[in-house]
Design a protein around this ligand. Structure first.
Ligand code: NAD
Length: 418
C-alpha cells in the first residue's frame, strides 16, 4: 500500500508491470524504476472575493532525477489527487525518455474547480501554489508547464512569483508561457499539432483518403488545436465534446467558428441547439480517427469493444484502461493505436525547445520550432513501429518499453548513491 494508491496510479503500475515482464526486469529493480523520487503536498490559502479564505490542497510529484531536471504540467481540476499526479509524473518519464529529452517526469496539481474562481482568485491561488513549491523546483531541478485547467496566464504568474523571490527574471522556470513573457512560438499549438501530424502520418500508411472523418473529445488546448489542424488538412470533424456539451454533424463541424465561440464563452455550450448530441455516445461513433483529448480512463473495456474508428490517437494522458488495452490488442488489425506517450508528446518536446531558448536567450522562428517538433515525433514513431514489429507487441508496450529501458539504463550506469 502506498500514499499514491487509487485508480489512476494503479493503472500506471499495471502498465509498468506489463513492460517490466516484457523486459524481464528483476523484481528488486522494479520499485527503484517505478516509485516516485519525491512528492510534495501543500496547503494554499486564498482570499476569496467575498472576504472569506479557502484552503486548497496542492501537489507536485517528481518521478526521477536520473537524466536531468524533472518536467511536467500542473493541473487545476476538482478530481486531482496525489495518486493521479504520481501516475501522470510516471507517464511523463516514459514519454520524455521515448522522445529523447534530458528530463525525468513530474506533474503537479491543485484540487480546485478553476471555472468557479474569479481571475483575481485564480491569480492568488497560482501565486501561492508556486510560492509553496519554490524550495522544490528550479530550472535545473523541476520545470513546470500547463496541463488541464491551467494556461499561459497561469504560467506567467508562476514565472513572475518565482522571479520575484529570486530577485531577477527566471523565464526558464516554467514553459508554456506567453510569447511576451519568454515563451516560444508554437508552444500553444504544439500538442494538438503533434497529434494531428501523427494522425496524418498513420492515415497515409493506412491509405485513408478522401472524406476522412474525426471525432474529438475535449475542446481545450489539445483537442481544439488538433481539431483545427485536421480541419485545415481537409478532414471532417464530425463530433466534438467538452465538459458542458457535445456536438455532432455528419457533414463536418465548422471548427474555426467553434473555436471563436469557445474563446468567447469558455466552452462549446450554446454553439448550436440543433447539433447537440449525447456526450457519452461520441466515442463510439463510426469515424476514421478518434481523439480522446480530455481526461484519463474514458476508454474502458466496454467502449473498446464498441469503438468504430480506424485510428485511436490518444491526445489525453491515460485515456485507455489496461482492460481496454487487452481488447485493443485483439483488435489491432482493425484499430491503429497511437499511444498517449507518443501521441501528445509534441507538447513536452516544444516545452523543451522553450527551456533551451530561455537558457540561451536565443529565440527561434515558429516554422523552425514545428519542423524540429515533427522531426522528433517522426523518429520516435519509427522507433515504436520498429520495436512493435520486432517484438510482436502492441504499440503502447513498444513505446513504453523504449522509455523504461532508457530510464533503467540511466539508473544502472549512475549506480546507487551512497
Ligand atoms: P484543457 O483544460 O485546456 O482542456 C480540457 C478539455 O477537456 C476541456 O474542453 C474540458 O471541458 C474537457 N473535459 C474535461 N472533462 C471532460 C469530460 N469528462 N468529458 C469531456 N470533456 C471533458 O486541458 P488540455 O491541456 O487540453 O489537456 C487535455 C489532456 O491532454 C489532459 O489529459 C492533459 O494531461 C493532456 N496533455 C496536455 C498537454 C498540453 O500541452 N496542454 C500536453 C500533453 C498532454
Amino acid at each position: 500500500m502506498t500514499v499514491y494508491a487509487g485508480p489512476v496510479f494503479d493503472m500506471a503500475v499495471q502498465q509498468f508491470d506489463v513492460i517490466a515482464d516484457h523486459l524481464s526486469i528483476p523484481t528488486d529493480e522494479r520499485e527503484r524504476i517505478l516509485m516516485p523520487k519525491r512528492s510534495i503536498t501543500v496547503s494554499c490559502p486564498v482570499h476569496r472575493d467575498d472576504g472569506s479564505i479557502t484552503v486548497f490542497e496542492g501537489y507536485r510529484v517528481q518521478h526521477h532525477l536520473t537524466l536531468g531536471p524533472t518536467k511536467g504540467g500542473t493541473r487545476f481540476a476538482p478530481s486531482v489527487d496525489i495518486g493521479e499526479v504520481a501516475a501522470l509524473a510516471i507517464w511523463m518519464s516514459w514519454k520524455c525518455a521515448l522522445v529523447g529529452l534530458p528530463y525525468g517526469g513530474a506533474k503537479g496539481g491543485v484540487r480546485v474547480d478553476p471555472g468557479s474562481m474569479s481571475m483575481r482568485e485564480l491569480e492568488g491561488l497560482s501565486r501561492r501554489y508556486m510560492q509553496e513549491m519554490i524550495p522544490f523546483v528550479g530550472p535545473r531541478t523541476d520545470v513546470m508547464a500547463p496541463d488541464m485547467g491551467t494556461n499561459e496566464q497561469v504560467m506567467a504568474w508562476f514565472m513572475d512569483t518565482y522571479s520575484m523571490y529570486q530577485g531577477n527574471t527566471v523565464t526558464e522556470i516554467v514553459t508554456g508561457k506567453p510569447v511576451s513573457s519568454g515563451g516560444t512560438l508554437g508552444r500553444r499549438e504544439a500538442t494538438g499539432r503533434g497529434v494531428a501530424h501523427l494522425v496524418r502520418r498513420v492515415m497515409n500508411e493506412l491509405d485513408i483518403v478522401g472524406g476522412a472523418t474525426a471525432v474529438v473529445q475535449g475542446f481545450g488546448n489539445v483537442g481544439s488545436h488538433a481539431a483545427l489542424e485536421l480541419y485545415n488538412s481537409g478532414i471532417k470533424i464530425i463530433a466534438v465534446s467538452d465538459l458542458t456539451d457535445a456536438l455532432y454533424d455528419r457533414n463536418g463541424l465548422d471548427i474555426p467558428a467553434l473555436l471563436r465561440h469557445a474563446a468567447a464563452h469558455g466552452s462549446i455550450a450554446g454553439f448550436s441547439n440543433q447539433l447537440r448530441y449525447d456526450p457519452a455516445a461520441i466515442l463510439t461513433l463510426p469515424c476514421d480517427v478518434l481523439i480522446p483529448a480530455a481526461i484519463e480512463r474514458v476508454i474502458d473495456a466496454h467502449i473498446a469493444e464498441n469503438l468504430k474508428c480506424r485510428v485511436l490517437a490518444e491526445g489525453a494522458n491515460g485515456p485507455t484502461t489496461p482492460e481496454a488495452d487487452l481488447i485493443l490488442e485483439k483488435r489491432q488489425h482493425e484499430i491503429f493505436v497511437i499511444p498517449d506517450i507518443l501521441c501528445n508528446s509534441g507538447g513536452v518536446v516544444v516545452s523543451y525547445f522553450e527551456w533551451v531558448q530561455d537558457l540561451q536567450q536565443l529565440f527561434w522562428e515558429e516554422d523552425e520550432v514545428t519542423r524540429r517538433e515533427y522531426q522528433i515525433l517522426d523518429r520516435a514513431f519509427a522507433q515504436m513501429i520498429g520495436r512493435a514489429k520486432k517484438d510482436r507487441i502492441p504499440h503502447r508496450t513498444a513505446a513504453m518499453a523504449i522509455g523504461v529501458e532508457k530510464v533503467r539504463a540511466g539508473k544502472a550506469m549512475r549506480g546507487l548513491f551512497p
